[in-house]
Ligand binder design. Sequence first.
Ligand SMILES: [Zn+2]
Length: 469
Amino acid sequence: MSDMSSETAQGAGLLDRGRPILIRNAHLITMDERVGDLLGDILVKDGKIAAVGRDLSCEGAAVIDGTDRVVIPGFVNSHIHLWQTVIKGCAGDWSFGEYLQYILGAAGKHYGPEDVRVATLLGALEQIDAGVTTVYDWSHILNTPDHADGAIDALEQSGIRAVFGHGTPGDDIARWWYQSREPHPQDIVRIRRTRLASDEALVTLGLSLRGPDYAVPEINRADIELARSLGIMSSMHLAAGVFGEYMPHCRAMGEAGLLGPDVNLTHCNRLTDDEIAMAVDMGASISVTPEVEMQMGHGLPVTGRVKAAGGRVTLGTDVVSSVSADMFSQMRFAVQAQRMLENSKSHALGCMLERLPLSARDVLNYATLQGAKALGLASRIGSITPAKDADLTILSWPSHHSSPLADPVQAVVFHASLANVDTVMIAGRVQKFRHRLLRSELTERHQATQIGRRIMTAAGFQPSGRLPT
Ligand SMILES: [Zn+2]
């Protein structure tokens, strides 16, 4: 395997505007059943995948050598709160209650618009660095319209593809999150009319709503109807954790016609099988964020139950304040947690499983194509399909390691991490090449440490996450 670490994007001609790009001789995991997987080439023209096949040629194209490399559709992270990037790593030992009290309850009110901009920008760049080309940025830190503008500025500047999930302010948890009676802020209407009016742009609009666990039913209905009146998708946290008697809110939403392909449900751990079947039948997508769910007591990840119901599992990383923000980790947590569950069930019956219930390809599909479907973007991204936008992630393994490429899918799921993300392209534009992000944003990086310290101190906890005793 060749490292070629001295090769630059500029030197390779990858930054020449309008110049086609030819990725040659790579293991292609297309996630497109008609195209299949192959050792071959991808031709990118005008931001789109022009052709996928063997021995492609294109006069004048800039060439990326794909030898001993794997190309996948860029990861789609269907649930992340980028605003927490500046307080990354403080809450890895915290319970759900501590998270609610100290992050949503205390830190949020100390974020200014510039803090949100810096956090969102760095978070988006870190996603690109980790091979993620699309995020649903669940932004419930919009204390003023300027906060929203800061987040949108950052997403647009980063080069990532994003659904900006417009949420509530983060300045008053009791007002916005405890059986809230507050309607969703109307600033979203301004944003829809002005900054994010287009559904074709790289950054589009969604509505991050409280949902029936955190707002009264009338408000939940009004929030979903607001999203629908604006012609945008919505996303909510649902049925995570044990808080008193279980309320079948999902069933109530289904019966009220509030579920549909435009609605994303995140976590869903406590849903009954009937509720999962109902959500699936009505076309709602479900985001599993297994690492944080296992940490904070949300409940068992629903991966297997949604799959059994024929539904659309997507993966998200959720809170970077606590857990890892890369999709490799989430794929592994998802697949092995499900296997552990099924193995345990089998043991209880006194026997061993003959076959495993979930494959590496299943979770890679969840992390790419199914995420694209959940965000309403599957006609443009999610698979390596001619005419789709060229959102591609190329992985490589160092030459001093033994090759994991006997099965490229297993290599990506079980033998890869951020360190293996070689090259990332979004809508045909190279954002990372040969393990180097093309944007460093050093100013923001310096700002971020100061911002994080200031917010955590003001919120009453140590940057190490140590809480007052
Ligand atoms: Zn979340």
